[in-house]
Ligand binder design. Structure first.
Ligand SMILES: C[S@@+](CC[C@H](N)C(=O)[O-])C[C@H]1O[C@@H](n2cnc3c(N)ncnc32)[C@H](O)[C@@H]1O
Length: 234
């Protein structure tokens, strides 16, 4: 396992503790609401069936859980896993009428569930924050049932040169937008830097394969600003 520095863990915890109360608002502001379409795209590709049990890791305030349950008419279950207590509390409050959701405080690297427990695993804008992506994907595979599937929505690499330049210019303004709305720029600088450092579509596909997932595929969203990766436990 990668040697994780405590300072990295503290930084990620601080970032999300700083933004939890404005998290949903800022998602809408910074993406002009497009994150909602991307999340819907992931649920479309997932095509969940009634009776499915989804584990949504790095659940934040529970957007994926809500979208999944809406799609299957509330005839299934979601286990939301989130290590940040403040984000977890915000999610519980937002979705307090959703009895089909179980909220668990844990990190992706060590999931407190038996092997072969879930039909589907999702992670939306979370994999970039995992302290150990390899260990987390091994855990994802362990808790999925054989025949189960993982879906991962994450910022990715823009392929078109013109769009890349426009996106880079826009990215530079994100810490200022964050500061204007929340009074803090550091969490948004972290967001920009962590996106910049993250893997390309092909690199992430390879990491999924290396950790035991089969038939790994990805779909670009908005020219590669984000991408959805999917793989099977066979
Ligand atoms: C950008 S938010 C995404 C929230 C939600 N999935 C969404 O799409 O709106 C990332 C979340 O990852 C969580 N996180 C950070 N480190 C994690 C880890 N090691 N395991 C699981 N979740 C983690 C953070 O606390 C935060 O709530």
């Amino acid at each position: 396992m990668k040697n994780i520095k405590q300072s990295e863990i503290d930084l990620v915890t601080k970032v999300f503790s700083d933004v939890f109360d404005k998290y949903d608002l800022m998602n809408d502001v910074m993406s002009l609401g497009i994150h909602r379409i991307w999340k819907k795209n992931m649920i479309d590709w997932m095509a969940p069936q009634k009776g499915n049990h989804l584990i949504d890791v790095a659940s934040g305030t529970g957007d994926i859980a809500k979208s999944f349950l809406d799609r299957i008419n509330f005839q299934g279950k979601v286990t939301c896993v989130e290590p940040n207590e403040l984000m977890l509390k915000a999610g519980k409050k937002k979705l307090k009428s959703f009895n089909e959701i179980q909220w668990i405080s844990a990190g992706a690297e060590k999931l407190p569930f038996e092997s072969e427990s879930f039909d589907l695993y999702s992670v939306s804008f979370g994999v970039r924050n995992f302290f150990d992506i390899n260990q987390s994907l091994k855990e994802a595979k362990r808790v999925l049932k054989t025949g189960g599937r993982i879906f991962c929505l994450e910022f990715s690499k823009v392929e078109n040169e013109i769009l890349k330049k426009l996106y880079k210019t826009y990215s530079k303004s994100i810490p200022y937008i964050g500061k204007y709305f929340t009074g803090k720029s550091e969490p948004y600088q972290y967001l920009v830097d962590s996106i910049d450092k993250f893997y390309s579509q092909e690199e992430l596909s390879e990491i999924f394969r290396k950790n035991g997932f089969d038939k790994v595929k990805y779909r670009n969203l908005s020219g590669g600003i984000a991408a959805i990766h999917s793989g099977w436990k066979i």
